[in-house]
Design a protein around this ligand. Structure first.
Ligand SMILES: Cc1ncc(COP(=O)(O)O)c(C=O)c1O
Length: 472
């Protein structure tokens, strides 16, 4: 009998001819089980990675991925830049490069960071294989099994498998419309201290949070940096979305406020250029940077030299701010389309955040609806989202979902949200039939959304408990 009969797509150990055996037998599991390191027991698969095979099917509208729209980058530009890399630099581009990355690429990174008000030198930077590698290297460098990491709740679902793989004890701090609750952070740090425990780092996505969609206020940013300095704690600031702002005024990154003392900064070309390049970077205090470099040497020696040459060529030949401008325009329209669709199709019992940038809306349903179960129903309607539990390490988030608005056309956004609205409404009706509870009247398209009534910024985050005064 086979244990795992799940059909798999190419690249996942799959079923295609010539790709090897596709099924794991009980005997196989037994044979290898004793060989695995103890840390593999805590390893989890990323919810989004698991869903990629399903959501890649053409009939499925996926609001699940964190995908940017790569069609914004003209194919002829890619071809022209590739040709230049081949002609000008093929000997170097096809060679290994320094672990810390090429200086020419670092100069581009300095320019990108300056755009958000950060001042770095080439020596402060380490080029990485995507921003994801920064999270991995920071854990590799700082975390022994059982060490505490403090993160937001919800947190970036892609960081969950990394924290688990390094056996971190992750403490999640609630958020509200202004990002991480710094008052709760302080309480938690005090409580940990009383237990003789010091977190190895605080992980945060302060700007256009993935998945919550909210942005940490300036006051809280200042306070967080102050706390880090007073308590000598490292903060990992994960900032893939800072330049994708569609409304409101930019806020300084933590790295700019802290001036590189306690903040380890994570940046990436994935959302402003292309995730296929797999190029990100970190800027960190020198002693930390040196350890991260050692960790990277063991991981992959260096990031793709070819990709680095491509980005350098792109910055030399094109105006990267033009593409950024096009992305902002496109995503702003899509975000607004999603807001309209949510107001039209989701029942009144639902709430969602209204991000000023980034790619994600966090929607919360009545607590009797479990979004992991709902996903199975949604997939039958050929629509996908990320269930909220993927953003927690302790099973919370069961009635929330993350919706991506950046990687899907406006028509598909409308249709995708309509399908989600259909399965949610069915659940609401079922619940009221079973319990006799009166469902709230379905919201009419013309009715203002609950967010806009009391908060023009939106962002009443439902999964997050009410503040003492009843405010969210
Ligand atoms: C918050 C956050 N951090 C890190 C990453 C990793 O990005 P990449 O490895 O493509 O740079 C992502 C990607 O979606 C993200 O949303």
């Amino acid at each position: 009998m086979t244990i795992d009969e799940t059909p798999r797509g190419p690249g996942s150990g799959g079923e295609s001819p010539g790709m090897g055996r596709s099924r794991t037998t009980a005997r196989d599991l037994e044979r290898y089980a004793g060989l695995f390191a103890q840390r593999t027991q805590g390893m989890k698969s990323s919810a989004m990675r698991d869903m990629m095979a399903i959501t890649a099917r053409p009939e499925v509208i996926s609001l699940a991925g964190g995908l940017p729209d790569t069609t914004t980058f003209p194919a002829e530009d890619v071809a022209a830049l590739m040709a230049r890399v081949a002609a000008d630099a093929s000997a170097r581009a096809l060679q290994y490069g320094p672990t810390e990355g090429m200086d020419e690429l670092k100069a581009c990174i300095v320019e990108v960071m300056a755009e958000e008000g950060m001042d770095v030198g080439l020596g402060d930077l380490l080029v990485t294989t995507g921003g994801q590698q920064v999270i991995d290297l920071v854990c590799k460098t700082l975390i022994d099994p059982g060490d505490v990491v403090v993160a937001e709740g919800p947190t970036y679902p892609g960081a969950v498998p990394t924290f688990s793989a390094y056996q971190a004890d992750v403490v999640q701090i609630e958020m509200d419309r202004d990002g991480m609750r710094i008052d709760l952070l302080e309480e938690t740090l005090d409580a940990l201290e009383r237990d003789g425990r010091t977190p190895k780092f605080i992980y945060t996505v302060p700007t256009f949070h993935n998945p919550a969609g909210v942005t940490m206020s300036l006051e809280r940013r200042r306070r967080l940096v102050q706390i880090a300095a007073q308590r000598e704690l490292l903060v990992l600031e994960d900032n893939p979305y800072g330049l994708l702002r569609y409304a409101g005024d930019p806020l300084p990154p933590l790295y700019a406020l802290d001036r590189g003392e306690y903040v380890i900064y994570l940046g990436t070309f994935s959302k402003i250029l292309s995730p296929g390049l797999r190029l990100g970077w970190t800027a960190a205090p020198r002693p930390v940077l040196n350890k991260l470099n050692l960790g990277k040497q063991g991981a992959d020696l260096c990031s793709s030299t070819f990709g680095q040459h491509f980005v350098v060529e792109y910055f030399a030949q094109r105006n990267w701010r033009d593409l950024l401008g096009r992305l902002r325009e496109l995503y702003r329209r899509r975000r607004d389309t999603m807001f309209d669709a949510l107001a039209e199709h989701l029942p009144h019992e639902t709430d969602w955040t209204r991000p000023e940038g980034g790619m994600f809306v966090w929607a919360t349903l009545p607590d009797y609806i479990d979004t992991s179960d709902l996903l199975a129903r949604a997939l039958r309607e050929h629509v996908a989202f990320v269930p909220g539990r993927a953003a927690y390490l302790d099973g919370r988030g069961g009635s929330s979902m993350r919706l991506n608005f950046a990687g899907v056309t406006e028509d598909d956004l409308h249709e995708g949200v309509r399908r989600i609205g259909k399965v949610v409404s069915e659940q609401v009706r079922l619940y009221s039939t079973l319990t006799g509870a009166e469902p709230a009247a379905a919201r009419r398209a013309t009715e203002p959304s609950p967010q806009s009534e009391d908060d023009p910024q939106g962002a009443r985050i439902l999964p997050l408990r009410r503040r003492a005064g009843g405010e969210r």
